[in-house]
Design a protein. Structure first.
Length: 442
């Protein structure tokens, strides 16, 4: 009897181990814990014919929740029979370092706390959102100045940290505009083009013009003009702080245009200097109207142009005007000729720039007037209109007049050349450099 009981108990235990072994074989191995088993023999001092059932305490297999120990006991019907205790222990299946889960996308907005050095453009690049979307989400201008500690909502991104801009060592020679206005490829080598346009195509300065500006310059020096000063003449498209201002004091990164640093040094102080001839809404007619002049600094009969040239005594004057001149090219031609002749009379080289917009000028007639004037008077032409054709939406804001901002001023990023003011300032600087070099040629 004793032998048969032991055999029965052994058979029972063997069957139990087989069942448990099969369970372990089919136990899930992902997102759960892997069980191990320990068999502990004990003895009881009572004779019983009752099997004591297992007593698990809240066994669960939900997700990766640990499974508590469960004790399964089988007791022989006689004193001193063996009781087998099987303890099921959960062992965590730790992921390897290389298998660390990546953050999952969160389609909701995240909040960024502004740190020193942050600006709207840099944040739009780092988070991979458009500058306009970032501005709209926070009810700010695209060129808003941020304060340290300020919180911004970053729309439609992930909870993952901002990604660094992807860089490549080359620039595409294709000048065709795309909608990717926030391109951030790094230009690794010096270039003599902008968006695929050779400098000679948008800075027109033939030999006859070079000879003429040297004569104008010499006259200005005889009149006491300052060789290291240039003036700005124009409307709101060149008002501070967007047009060239950052080249006084920085910060800026010239990148492949580092060869322009000498001209920045030569004209230091002119880039951010306020001009009495830059006014919102100013037209060619207003250049000679005393009502547009600063009544505290200008003479009673002076218009903005005459006042600015008298007080700053520049050797060069950027003239960027035309967006407010209505639809009469003849009147615009008349007033611009008057402005050109007045500058020459004062020994100041007019550096005329074309405009990107087509406001009340669908056929670009005012730009044709400007191009014609530079050809007739043998003057340098900064043809920004040509550059604007390589920029998404001609580099214009929603009003189709003012240029999109580029607060970062980092020209090692080709994104600089796909923002209106970014391309505007660097091409103006290139034009100034060409004029300066022509004056110094022997």
């Amino acid at each position: 009897m004793k032998g048969s009981t032991i055999k029965t108990l052994a058979a029972f235990l063997l069957a139990l181990l087989v069942v448990i072994g099969l369970g372990a074989f089919f136990w899930p191995t992902t997102s759960q814990q892997i069980p191990t088993f320990r068999l502990t023999p004990t003895r009881v001092s009572q004779t019983t014919n009752t099997a004591i059932p297992p007593s698990p305490t809240g066994v669960s297999n939900q997700g990766s929740t640990p499974i508590p120990s469960a004790t399964l006991m089988a007791i022989a019907p006689k004193v001193e029979t063996v009781m087998a205790t099987i303890v099921i222990t959960a062992t965590p299946n730790e992921p390897k370092a290389s298998e660390t889960p990546t953050p999952q996308p969160n389609n909701g907005p995240v909040v960024h706390t502004v740190k020193a050095g942050d600006n709207m453009f840099r944040l739009s690049i780092n988070y991979g959102v458009s500058l306009s979307a970032l501005a709209a989400a926070n009810r700010l201008r695209t060129d808003a100045v941020l304060k340290v500690g300020q919180t911004l909502v970053i729309p439609s991104t992930t909870n993952a940290p901002p990604a660094k801009p992807v860089t490549t060592p080359s620039v595409s020679p294709n000048a065709t505009a795309t909608k990717s206005a926030d391109i951030t490829t790094t230009l690794a080598t010096p270039v003599s083009q902008v968006n695929g346009l050779p400098i000679a195509s948008f800075v027109v300065l033939p030999a006859a013009a070079k000879n003429n500006i040297r004569q104008i310059y010499a006259k200005g020096q005889a009149l006491g003009n300052n060789a290291n000063v240039f003036a700005k003449v124009g409307d709101s498209t060149i008002e501070p702080p967007h047009f060239l201002d950052r080249f006084d004091g920085g910060p800026y990164v010239l990148g492949p245009y580092a060869y322009l640093q000498p001209v920045i040094s030569y004209y230091a102080g002119s880039f951010a200097r306020p001009s009495l001839a830059v006014k919102r809404g100013l037209s060619g007619w207003g250049l000679f109207d005393a009502l547009w002049a600063d009544h505290e600094k200008c003479l009673s009969d002076e218009g903005p142009l005459a006042c600015e040239l008298r007080l700053s005594k520049p050797s060069v004057a950027f003239i960027r005007i035309g967006s407010n001149d209505g639809s009469d090219p003849a009147t615009f031609d008349k007033m611009m000729r008057k402005a050109v002749e007045y500058c020459i009379e004062q020994g100041v080289i007019p550096l005329i720039g074309t405009k990107a917009d087509r406001f009340q000028d669908l056929d670009g007639g005012r730009n044709r007037v400007l191009r014609q004037l530079t050809a007739e008077y043998n003057l340098p032409l900064w043809d920004f209109d040509l550059v604007a054709q390589t920029i998404p939406d001609r580099g214009l804001e929603n009003d189709n007049v003012h240029l999109t901002t580029y607060w970062l001023h980092d020209y090692s990023l080709s994104g600089a050349l796909y923002r209106g003011h970014g391309a505007h300032s660097i091409t103006a600087l290139i034009a100034l450099d060409q004029v300066w070099k022509a004056l110094n040629e022997r």
